[in-house]
Design a binder for this molecule. Structure first.
Ligand code: SF4
Ligand code: SF4
Length: 373
């Protein structure tokens, strides 16, 4: 079992045991969720994004079929009580990022208390920041009410420090792939990054990231640089169960060296200021910078991509869009332009969680990898 598989298994046991002792859990579906508030309330924040196909038919009884699989999977897990994290959550935090998710949260309220944060869709400007800070304050009050706790400024500051440290450790882990050969490519990279969203204690992530780096360095055989094409994956989030594109890259002779999406690098450089006079504003300033396609405009993603392409010495870019994700689908045009201007092959793949298109994906990824030679 890998370090992060073990972390997921241990965390689940901690959750099960902890619930008997009154452990509180706050579940969320997005990296805009200021998880520091849950930590400051003495609860554990956990990601609930559905990454598996199994619960989708149940979701389609309430939701349209031509909806993003991530939303359908998340909702399906909720209505079938088949996600232990959802079942154990005391409060669900949603957000108005994309239309599909925000309307789905209205239906989810029938299952659990759901608090929806109204997200401004622009990174810049005093009005957007003020609105977002007010929304974070509203969330703080809701967490206090549901969990029957008081969240102090000092507790938020401690949580900010801890999350900053965790993000730094995860970034260092992913940055090892700047080397050639990459230390943690492909599915291993996905597992490490995705599993960190289920840790019962942020310190476990910090320890696991350091342990995985040490383990990989020890196992490394010095065979010189690899000539496998180095691929960056951007677009919608991926997790175990929806990793078919990552597996294909590896099978076809490439290495996914970096993921720009929310499962990967997108938020790892964002740090809140623990010494800010108002820690809520510090959180607002941090989270509003998340370069998601639901922001308009979204220049931060282009800046990050440009930097990552150079830093990870990328040979090709795959832009993965889940079916019916309009914002990432439309933004793919600008991403394609940027990548081609940098002289690299670019491929946008629009797909879902099923395996029905694997053969087509194979042909298209193979052609992309061929272009790097
Ligand atoms: S891609 Fe956007 S909406 Fe999805 S988890 Fe990331 S920030 Fe949230
Ligand atoms: S992948 Fe796109 S449509 Fe699906 S939840 Fe994320 S932003 Fe919404």
């Amino acid at each position: 079992m890998s370090v992060f598989d073990q972390l997921r298994a241990d965390s689940m046991q901690t959750f099960i045991d902890g619930r008997k002792q009154g452990l509180k859990i706050v579940g969320a579906y997005c990296t805009y969720f200021p998880q520091e508030l849950a930590l400051a309330a003495g609860a554990v924040p956990v990601s609930l994004c559905g990454t598996k196909e199994d619960p989708i038919p149940a979701a389609e009884e309430h939701l349209p079929r031509n909806l993003c699989p991530l939303i359908k999977s998340s909702y399906g897990f909720a209505v079938t009580d088949s996600c232990p994290y959802f079942v154990m959550s005391d409060l669900i935090v949603g957000e108005t990022t994309c239309d599909g998710k925000k309307k789905m949260f209205e239906l989810m309220q029938a299952k659990k208390p759901v608090h929806v944060m109204q997200l401004p869709h622009v990174h810049e400007g005093e009005e957007a920041l003020t609105l977002w800070a007010a929304e974070i304050r509203r969330l703080k009050e809701r967490i206090e009410e549901v969990l029957e706790v008081t969240i102090t400024d000092d507790a938020i500051r401690d949580a900010i420090r801890l999350v900053n440290e965790e993000k730094q450790a995860l970034k260092e882990m992913l940055d090892t792939n700047k080397e050639n050969p990459p230390l943690i490519p492909n599915v291993e990279l996905l597992i490490a990054s995705w599993s960190s969203m289920f840790a019962a204690d942020k310190r476990d992530n910090i320890r696991a990231a350091k342990e995985l780096i040490a383990q990989k360095r020890q196992q490394k055989i010095d065979a010189g640089p690899s000539d496998r094409p180095r691929v960056l994956v951007t677009g919608c989030p991926i997790g175990l169960g929806s990793e078919k594109v990552v597996r294909l890259i590896e099978e076809l002779g490439g290495d996914m060296v970096a993921m720009e999406n929310c499962t990967g690098y997108k938020t790892l450089e964002l740090q809140a200021d623990p010494d800010h006079e108002d820690p809520i504003v510090a959180l607002a300033e941090k989270y509003i910078q998340t370069p998601c396609s639901c922001m308009s405009p979204n220049p931060g993603r282009m800046d990050l991509l440009k930097r990552m392409i150079a830093d990870f010495k990328v040979d090709a870019v795959i832009d993965l869009t889940w079916q019916a994700c309009h914002t990432y689908n439309i933004e793919a045009y600008a991403v394609g332009q940027l990548v081609r201007e940098l002289g690299l092959p670019y491929l946008q793949l629009e797909t879902d969680y099923s395996s029905s298109d694997v053969e087509t994906l194979k042909v298209r990824i193979e052609a992309l990898l061929e272009m790097t030679k």
